[in-house]
Design a binder for this molecule. Sequence first.
Ligand SMILES: *Cc1c(COP(=O)(O)O)cnc(C)c1O
Length: 431
Amino acid sequence: MTYYSLNNNAITATFEEAVVNGIAPDKGLYFPSGISALPTSFFEGIEQLSNIEIAQQAIAQFVGDEIPESELIKILGRVLDFDFPIIELEHNVATLELFHGPTMAFKDVGARFMANCIGYFSKGTKESVTVLVATSGDTGGAVANGFLGVEGVDVVILYPSGKVSEIQEKQLTTLGQNITALEVDGTFDDCQRMVKEAFLDSEITAHKKLTSANSINVARWLPQLFYFLFAYKRAKSKGKEIVFSIPSGNFGNICAGMMAQQLGMPVKHFIAATNVNDVVPTFLKTASYDPKPSKATISNAMDVGDPSNFIRIQQIYENDFAKLKANLSSFSFTDEETKAAMKSLQKDSKYIADPHGAVGYLGLKKFLMQHPEYYGIFLETAHPVKFLPVVQETLDITPEIPAQIMQVMHREKVSIKIKSYPELKTQLLKA
Ligand SMILES: *Cc1c(COP(=O)(O)O)cnc(C)c1O
């Protein structure tokens, strides 16, 4: 598969180059050229396939011959060793739980797949790769876990001191080995600014191969399309047309769902549910795209003022506004509405949702009011304990802490405190 830059179609890359470099030299996002639909027999017989078989057939063309099939299957076995259950909560309303992975956030699949691909490509090369990532919470843990012990890769995670939850901090500071946590005296925006500065600093890039691990990277973005195929496999027997509601921030997850649609998966419509960071809902109303600074909400993994993957969505629908609108609806919700949805899910369905999943639920309900004939699935992107304080306060309960989280709570935090860019630079040039 060839990838091209969305800034300039003439700039192309192999899968390996797209994964190892993350972003095109002109700072454009990579996009696969010429996607082929899977045969209809694949969708007709999907119930007979295991998750790994589904994933292998779906991702094969994007990897091409750059990773041998037997190796790819081994990688998928390591990436997908947990369940993706669908739970029906109401008539025509189900949730797809994506949080049963090691860090209990849906980013585990993408982070693990990317780590395994980089690990494969760096085998036999002398130069190690440094993965540099800023996190406001959930990404850091998933990346740390995915890359732990991968040979030839060092991971450096920047997080804002005192601004991530205790669980999130433990997940990214207690692993050791090839993972270094830098605790920044500042905000998430400061962390991100420092990371950007490092990527532009030739004194660093002359010595170190740097890459980023956010959903800009095709190896983190594309495997998310598996979720939609797994859900289709389970929901197909309902005999209804399916719509998906995805709680969205950077719009990587929903954009991967649209790739599953490009592969031929029958899906009627997508709903992008957002918090008050409403650039996309506004765009669908006005046809004018106006990025804004992000606002803080209780669904903070979606506090994004300029979603980086939206340009890929535009590309999928050929920059045709009418075509996009026919496939996508988008609604925004306040924190008050989100908390009310968490409460009604608890009361009416005995379901404990995290704030992100609750936003997805609200988006789905709003769409189904107009279209009651469809079967709706909303994605639950994090386990409620990942957002414990707001869940406790809103629902007046203390959810049980699952084993994979308890494990890290007993480990000792190890971080290096930094204040400014020169300190990050010193860290990166060390060793
Ligand atoms: C990252 C994240 C999202 C948003 O996903 P995007 O792909 O950025 O739209 C939603 N929920 C949770 C819990 C997340 O961590």
